[in-house]
Write a protein that binds this ligand. Sequence first.
Ligand code: AP5
Ligand code: MG
Ligand code: ZN
Length: 213
Amino acid sequence: MKIVMLGAPGAGKGTQAKMIADKYSIPHISTGDIFRANIKEGTALGLEAKSYMDQGKLVPDELTVKILLDRVAKDDCANGYVLDGFPRTIPQAEVLKDALAKLNDKIDYAVNVDVPDENIVKRMSGRRACVTCGATYHIEHVPPKTEGVCDRCGAALILRDDDKPETVLNRLKIYHDQTQPLIDFYTNEGILKTVDGTVDVKVVFENIISILG
Ligand code: AP5
Ligand code: MG
Ligand code: ZN
């Protein structure tokens, strides 16, 4: 099963993608996590990506597409995957569609996690992230068992550099300009499924599962 997660920054794409990946035993692929891992390791890719991410801008399509296509070509993707944060522009979606079509393949579902802008800024300031394994928490809604420590891997949790309120507002604007058009794109493909992302994490997950079957 091949799934694309859509939704504003902070809508809960990563939270749900991880749960989907665990349930269906498929990899969770987040371009944001790949960039953050590269930033942490100080690679050339990380340095370049950071200059865009810190301003809330998108990393250029050329760079992002190459990374994603390399990743989905790996063996662990043979039975499918859940993409979180890719595609984020129409050109990215077209490249993915063409690459899959060449393999006689396609995306099965685009799951749109719908959360209004008002809820987003509030959510982000409470988010804590693990840069080692990509897990995300929320100090109120999804707290780790031990404060500041990742349940999954034991690493220290951080407040992401791009979760400052002014950067979040920038990310939201870019989301509306460049990523929201993907809702029409996948509606036209006949695979868009929208879920309410404002309810409890577990309820959002149940609603997604009832769609995926
Ligand atoms: P990326 O890492 O993808 O960030 P994003 O899309 O802005 O999304 P987030 O990770 O911030 O939010 P999320 O939807 O995953 O929410 P989460 O589950 O954490 O990208 C970062 C940057 O990298 C981009 O700005 C760009 O620069 C670059 N980039 C990445 N991909 C790119 C691409 N394809 N092209 C170009 N550039 C790219 O949840 C948020 C918080 O809410 C958490 O604290 C969580 O615990 C909590 N929460 C989740 N669900 C609920 C709920 N139901 N109720 C209450 N709280 C909840
Ligand atoms: Mg995320
Ligand atoms: Zn972790």
